[in-house]
Design a protein around this ligand. Structure first.
Ligand SMILES: *Cc1c(COP(=O)(O)O)cnc(C)c1O
Length: 463
């Protein structure tokens, strides 16, 4: 008999979870104005809102906290982080930042001007926010296949090189400060980008004289998929694959809260010393001095250790197998999701789950609320609320996909929790003929509205 798969770690410390009743949850979500971000975490049983900063650190990472050097300038911890970025990613220059969007802020404050175009594969919401806030355009050139949730292809996060080339031909290079390649492609379902595509995009960028930026929050998960899915990489280590990936780019931003498995932290790194120098001012005024940016010394230590652990095969195999385990359970229950299962999350196809809810009433958000009421599970909407309004017409944008993302924190939940998630989704699917109305907006911000939006049940009137 083949031995079953098991996790590559055991548990040393636990955090109790609180269960609740359906009546309590119905009251709480109403009090939260039907915005899952407004819920107190004690009112959640299984929190799959995000895999960002929610992972469990290792014993070595906790030890590193004790070794942190909190010197204002020139701290040992800064040099430890520099060493890890150099050794694992191959970048000489970097600026620490308190998280990924702060790294984006430093970079984009320096390189973007009004009217610029930044093509890429499905820009992440903070990336799009930073670009549009500066009155520039985030142009999505993802392959069309990514929009078909049922299609199984190995690298659904890829850029369509023809679409990208059209854009690079159409605009002068002065108007394109960077091409942004997000690895893995979070918004399209945590889907990986192939080495072949990375290379092709880099060559196009070089041909047109435009820098290539990796938005590299989940660089290790991407490398894992290259190892198991792309020909020629099966015998390479994750670290070898990561090195090769980063040989094909000029700039990277990273939210270390993902694949570096820390609770807070990030950085922007450069191959070009000049650009690093030009960005320094924005680091100093927004984050902090160059050798700590937005981070404390102990956190830089934990990040350096986490980057090393996060790019180890055993860790990635455990992690991605857990996501695949949820996918397999959902297959069993016929719950539709973006196929194949992604690296950090399952993206449930809300339009297929709730076919009776009109698209104007925010289908994925409606599914998120139903799943919370069903079992105290929190996911996040990747749909029309996240898409914001069109910056020019101010009309709601209704993307073709309405997804409920269930992001799995690293090394945090067991497969028993995953079983509960799958069963709860099945229960919602089984009663979907009773879910016919969604929600309407009561108040919202002009940009990145999903974090703070307030909603009301659509059936209560207006619309
Ligand atoms: C999380 C994330 C960011 C932003 O990082 P924060 O640490 O949340 O500020 C940017 N890009 C991608 C792909 C991400 O997943």
């Amino acid at each position: 008999m083949n031995l079953p798969f098991a996790e590559s770690y055991r548990i040393k410390m636990i955090e109790p979870l609180r269960k609740s009743t359906r009546e309590e949850r119905e009251r709480w979500i109403k009090e939260a104005k039907y915005n899952l971000f407004n819920l107190k975490s004690d009112r959640i049983f299984i929190d799959l809102l995000t895999d960002s900063g929610t992972g469990a650190m290792s014993e070595k990472q906790w030890s590193e906290l004790m070794l942190g050097d909190e010197s204002y300038a020139g701290a040992r911890s800064y040099y430890k982080m520099k060493e890890a970025i150099k050794n694992i990613l191959g970048f000489e220059y970097f600026l620490p930042a308190h998280q990924g969007r702060a790294a984006e802020n430093i970079l984009y404050s320096t390189i973007i001007k009004e009217g610029d175009i930044l093509p890429g594969n499905s820009h992440f919401d903070t990336t799009k926010g930073h670009i549009e806030f500066r009155k520039a355009v985030a142009l999505d050139c993802t392959i069309d296949e990514a929009a078909d949730t049922q299609l199984e292809i190995p690298f659904k996060g890829n850029i369509d090189a023809n679409k990208l080339e059209e854009v690079l031909k159409k605009y002068p290079k002065e108007q394109i400060p960077a091409v942004v390649l997000t690895i893995t492609n979070n918004t399209a379902g945590g889907q990986p980008v192939s080495m072949e595509n990375i290379k092709e995009v880099y060559q196009l960028c070089q041909k047109f004289g435009v820098p290539l930026q990796f938005d590299a929050a989940r660089l290790a998960e991407n490398a894992y998929f290259i190892k198991i899915r792309e020909k020629g990489y099966e015998n390479k280590t994750i670290k070898e694959i990561v090195k090769e990936m980063f040989s094909y780019c000029d700039i990277m931003t990273m939210s270390a809260k993902k694949d570096a498995i820390v609770n807070m932290g990030g950085f922007v790194a450069f191959k070009d010393e000049n650009l690093w120098k030009r960005c320094q001012m924005y680091c100093i005024i927004n984050e902090g001095f160059l050798t700590y940016g937005g981070m404390s010394g102990r956190d830089m230590n934990a990040l350096a250790q986490g980057l090393d652990e996060g790019t180890e095969f055993d860790h990635l195999e455990t992690r991605i197998n857990q996501v695949a385990y949820l996918g397999a359970k959902l297959d069993e229950y016929k719950v539709p999701y973006q196929r194949p299962a992604g690296g950090h999350a399952i993206f449930v196809d809300a339009k297929k789950m709730l076919p009776n809810v009109p698209k104007e009433e925010f289908v994925a958000q409606t599914l998120g609320i139903e799943l919370y009421i069903e079992a105290g599970i929190r996911g996040v909407e990747i749909g029309a609320l996240l898409a914001d309004r069109d910056p020019i017409t101010r009309e709601n944008r209704f993307p073709s996909l309405e997804l409920l993302r269930l992001a799995i924190p690293r090394r945090t939940y067991t497969n028993n929790h995953i079983d509960v998630v799958a069963a709860a989704l099945k229960n919602v699917l089984d009663r979907n003929n009773t879910i016919t109305r969604g929600y309407v907006i009561k108040s919202e911000f002009p940009i990145m509205r999903h974090f703070t939006i307030e909603l009301e049940k659509a059936e209560l009137g207006n619309q």
